[in-house]
Design a protein around this ligand. Structure first.
Ligand code: C2E
Ligand code: MG
Ligand code: MG
Length: 564
């Protein structure tokens, strides 16, 4: 190469190489390879390589990557090499080769090749650095794409006005802690990864899947893929043992927001808030495994927010009132106890617990409310004792959210003792649990209360995942049979419900527990209780939950109806 037109051709080719190497698109990288091959031919080179090592140690150990720009396949030896160490201590080496017997390179040619090699080195080290940054910024330690990657994907789709054809979702793998228990933590990790890889592959370039932490993920995909994606999330077998090929079924609960046509995002919250709310509804609602974001969901969410915001002020203003629902011995018509139920007086209206208890459970505010209730109940009992009334045992509902609190027992006893209320006047109603961990905590709490002479009862027995372990392994005093076990008017005497009721009562009694039926509404139901050996009842047939003043008039009385 020595004339003017050759030099021009060289610089034109170099310019093309620079353009291709600095462009972002993948197609340009392929082009760059073609130009480099041309360049090699121009200088009679038979091979050109670039080696990349993450550090000097890796270079010494020969652990790196070799990119081959051109190779004509002939036997050749290296004629020039350039090595650079980048700012992040990575090592990049460019080498070109020639066959024996080919006209050697002139000084001018060597200068030009040096220029090309340095250009390539700069581009390669810059691209590698970008990859490293990408890996650090948009992936978590385990290598899953993270929230930042999700936000970037949303922003990009928004920029290209593609969001209107997409569906976004948040999902949580169901009972993944149980999966870990079942197959072990490391197999659990493999399963998690297979699930993620499977979904990523399914969604492809139309969207992305990112992990928020634990077993929580977000994804976005084309609406046309949604059906397949939801099918996958509902339940799919995934590999957890690569050598044996063993698989496990994984199901998720998901909240989906199908973005309206023409959707333009102003802030990511417009999407994230919706999918998180819908996913929460799916996880806690217990009905639908997949919940689509909708206006009713929005209203519920707003209602929850209002309850959470107003709660502290409502506590300060004593807007919560204790209502007492009598418990009756149906053989004598005598009041033998009461359940304290919470009512919220807000702007002249009474709000029922179903409208706020579950909301308060989201933030653990329920624990404050339960202690507020206990405090007021103990104050009332103290007053009744001081007034010389005939006092009955009062039960207070205790949310499961308290179970992790190691100071729970001490705090409870402190409140009761503050009012000098004898412990046998207080009972706590607790509901059944689902997981092993909760079961252990529950057992500890109930045993502790028992030891302190405080009564405990299993509330709503039969609606959750009751197992006989719950009754045998935990020292309860009382079993409250849920009203779903009571026969309704259309049932005959031998209905399944009645038979089960009979057995539950018999079992409770043989375990030495008191047994009370809740939600007793009709005379017929009272009769069923009598016939099946259940002497205690609570329900509208006898009394509603009553304001304290009204309840006081019932104390010491035995004038509830007794069936003959
Ligand atoms: P629960 O502990 O099972 O309370 C019994 C519920 O059944 C009460 O509903 C009561 O009003 C209702 N009930 C009583 N008799 C009848 C009847 O004959 N028929 C029917 N259909 N229902 C009857 P309420 O007061 O709306 O409370 C609902 C739930 O809210 C309670 O269920 C309890 O789990 C929770 N709750 C209420 N107050 C508190 C509280 O202070 N703390 C906690 N953690 N939970 C509470
Ligand atoms: Mg209760
Ligand atoms: Mg109940």
């Amino acid at each position: 190469m020595n004339n003017h037109s050759d030099a021009l051709a060289f610089y034109q080719l170099l310019e093309k190489i620079i353009r291709a190497l600095t462009a972002q698109e993948r197609t340009e990288t392929v082009k760059a390879k073609g130009y480099l091959a041309e360049m090699c031919k121009m200088f009679r080179l038979s091979k050109g390589t670039t080696q990349f090592y993450e550090g000097i140690n890796e270079e010494a150990a020969g652990q790196g990557e070799t990119l081959i720009a051109y190779d004509d396949g002939s036997e050749c030896k290296p004629v020039m090499s350039v090595r650079v160490v980048t700012k992040v201590r990575a090592v990049v080496i460019c080498t070109v080769y020639m066959r024996d017997g080919v006209e050697p390179l002139s000084d001018d040619e060597r200068d030009k090749i040096d220029l090309v090699m340095r250009t390539v080195l700069t581009a390669v080290s810059r691209n590698r650095m970008q990859l490293a940054i990408e890996r650090l910024a948009f992936h978590d330690e385990a290598g899953y794409r993270n929230m930042r990657a999700y936000l970037r994907a949303l922003a990009k789709m928004n920029e290209m006005r593609q969001l209107g054809s997409k569906a976004a979702m948040h999902f949580n793998l169901r009972h993944f802690s149980l999966v870990n228990q079942q197959i072990g933590k490391s197999a659990g990790d493999v399963a998690l990864r297979s699930h993620y890889n499977g979904l990523s592959k399914m969604i492809g370039d139309g969207g992305t899947v990112c992990r928020l932490g634990g077993d929580n993920f977000v994804a976005i995909c084309d609406k046309s893929q949604l059906e397949a994606v939801l099918d996958y999330l509902t339940e799919t077998p995934v590999l957890y043992d690569l050598t044996s090929g063993r698989r496990i079924l994984i199901a998720a609960t998901a909240g989906v927001f199908s973005l309206p046509d023409g959707f333009v995002m102003r802030a990511p919250g417009q999407i994230l808030d919706k999918i998180v709310a819908a996913s929460y509804a799916a996880r806690t609602g217990g009905k639908e495994q997949i919940v689509f974001y909708s206006d009713t969901l929005k209203q519920n969410k707003e209602r929850s927010m209002r309850v959470q915001q107003r709660f502290p002020e409502a506590m300060r203003n004593e807007e919560f009132h204790v209502f007492y629902q009598p418990k009756i011995d149906i053989r004598t018509g005598r009041i033998i106890g009461a359940e304290a139920l919470c009512r919220w007086f807000r702007n002249g209206e009474i709000v029922a617990p179903t409208d706020f208890i579950s909301v308060l459970e989201e933030t653990n505010d329920i624990c404050k409310l339960d202690f507020y209730m206990l405090d007021h109940v103990c104050a009332d009992i103290r007053r009744w004792l001081d007034e010389g009334r005939e006092v009955v045992r009062v039960s207070v509902n205790l949310s499961r959210k308290h179970m992790m609190d190691i100071d729970l027992l001490k705090n409870i006893i402190d409140v009761i003792d503050k009012y000098e209320v004898p412990h046998e006047y207080v009972e706590f109603e607790l509901t059944e649990t689902t997981t092993d961990v909760e079961f252990r905590d529950l057992k500890r709490v109930v045993a502790g209360l028992q030891k302190a002479g405080i009564y405990t009862s299993v509330d709503d027995f039969g609606v959750g995942y009751s197992s006989l372990n719950l009754l045998c392994d935990i020292p309860w005093n009382v079993l409250k049979v849920d009203r779903s076990f009571l026969p309704v008017d259309t049932d005959d005497a031998d209905s399944m419900r009645t038979i089960m009721f009979r057995h539950v009562v018999a079992m409770a009694r043989s375990l030495g527990m008191e047994c009370i039926a809740e939600g007793v509404e009709t005379e017929r139901q009272v009769r069923v209780l009598l016939e099946n050996g259940c002497d205690l009842a609570q329900g509208f047939f006898f009394d509603n939950p009553l304001p304290v003043g009204e309840f006081e008039t019932r104390l010491g009385k035995s004038d509830y109806p007794v069936l003959s």
